[in-house]
Design a binder for this molecule. Structure first.
Ligand code: 5GP
Ligand code: MN
Length: 349
């Protein structure tokens, strides 16, 4: 078999440093961002399985719960949710010797755990693909041009010569993260090496079709009806500026018995409309308003999110937050659209 061409993008010194941290420390904690998605959880679980198989005392803690369509991944039953038991979480953070921070760039993204992780004396390793990482970790592996953190976990293990230790469970988690952060390889996924990596994962006997089904063909009837309602009754199209908005109040969600994770992916739908390059989803959460942004082409969602909604993210996928009513958030969003009118009019797919 001819070797695949996977470029060694991570400097050898960093690989060596991570290897020596793993060799020298036993109590290892992995953490990832609020509302963990397929990539956050896939990358974290892949690393968790690897370290567990290496005999490490490894724990994985996430700030809050994750959607039901990710529960099929091996190891999800061992994931600790900080929100459910903050004392245990604080104890783990304070006693860890090594902390992996995966798929987030600034401490704020892990919510209430942030101050404890920042204060911990553990060595810290950041592995992420969001732009502008805050450099407070001992090792920073940050590649915004790489489409998922899960891909970075693969590259780290591959470059470290650990490919043979990637088993089916690890490969499934990595594939899930790569798949979900590229919308099933429909955006951000033209790098041929992504497919070289997939081929190496398939050699670990993963069933990629089943993984797709587990994630995308696993919705409840309620979720589907909520989607129908949202597109029919809660969508605004601003066609001359190539933009769309969908929004849901708490009352809407209750009426359709919306569960955690049910609205995941909703923001992408308006991008299927001809001419739309920018889509926003404004969602009334328990004590704040959550915003999600997606774009096609060169319109910078992260810039928009940062300017109006204390947020950030990637060029084509970003998020933010708002404290006030849903109506006020919509007004601010529309003010933002006016300010970005020229950029939106000239944005290309
Ligand atoms: P989503 O819309 O799926 O929640 O998030 C899309 C992207 O934006 C993700 O890469 C996520 O990390 C980032 N993001 C979402 N919400 C926020 C936020 O409140 N602040 C920042 N800085 N990034 C966010
Ligand atoms: Mn990610």
């Amino acid at each position: 078999m001819r070797a695949a061409t996977i470029t060694d993008i991570i400097p050898k010194e960093l690989i060596d440093e991570i290897r020596s941290f793993i060799n020298n420390y036993n109590k290892i904690l992995i953490t990832t961002h609020l509302s963990p998605d397929g990539d956050a959880l896939g990358a974290s679980l892949a690393l968790y399985h690897y370290l567990f198989r290496r005999g490490k005392d490894v724990k994985l803690i996430v700030p809050n719960s994750f959607p039901y369509f990710l529960k099929w991944m091996k190891g999800t039953e061992n994931v600790l949710v900080y929100e459910y038991n903050p004392e245990v979480g604080q104890h783990l953070i304070m006693n860890a010797e090594l902390i992996f921070c995966l798929d987030f760039n600034v401490p704020k993204r892990i919510g209430k755990m942030a101050s404890f992780v920042t204060a911990s004396n553990a060595k810290k390793i950041l592995i992420d693909h969001h732009p502008y990482p805050e450099n407070s970790c001992d090792v920073v592996i940050s590649y915004p041009e790489i489409s998922s953190t899960s891909e970075l976990i693969f590259r780290l293990l591959y470059q470290a010569g650990e490919y043979e230790y990637i088993d089916k469970d690890i490969a499934e988690c990595i594939y899930c993260g790569m798949m979900t952060d590229t919308g099933g390889f429909t955006y951000n996924s033209n790098d041929p090496e992504i497919f070289e990596i997939i081929s190496l994962l398939l050699r670990k006997q993963i069933d990629k079709d089943a993984i797709y089904s587990n994630v995308y063909h696993n919705y409840t009837e309620e979720r589907f009806r909520l989607l129908g309602f949202t597109l029919l009754k809660r969508m605004k199209i601003y066609i001359d500026i190539h933009s769309a908005l969908i929004y849901l109040s708490k009352e809407d969600q209750q009426r359709y018995k919306s569960k955690k994770g049910d609205t995941e992916g909703f923001v992408n739908y308006p991008l299927s409309i001809r001419g739309i390059v920018f889509s926003a989803f404004i969602y009334e959460d328990d004590n704040y308003i959550k915003l999600s942004f997606r774009s096609q082409g060169n319109f910078a969602c992260n810039e928009f999110a940062a300017e109006f909604f204390q947020g950030g993210g990637h060029l084509n996928a970003a998020g933010g937050e708002f404290y006030g009513t849903l109506e006020e958030a919509i007004v601010l969003f529309e003010t933002g659209l006016k300010k970005y009118e020229l950029k939106l009019k000239s944005a290309s797919r």
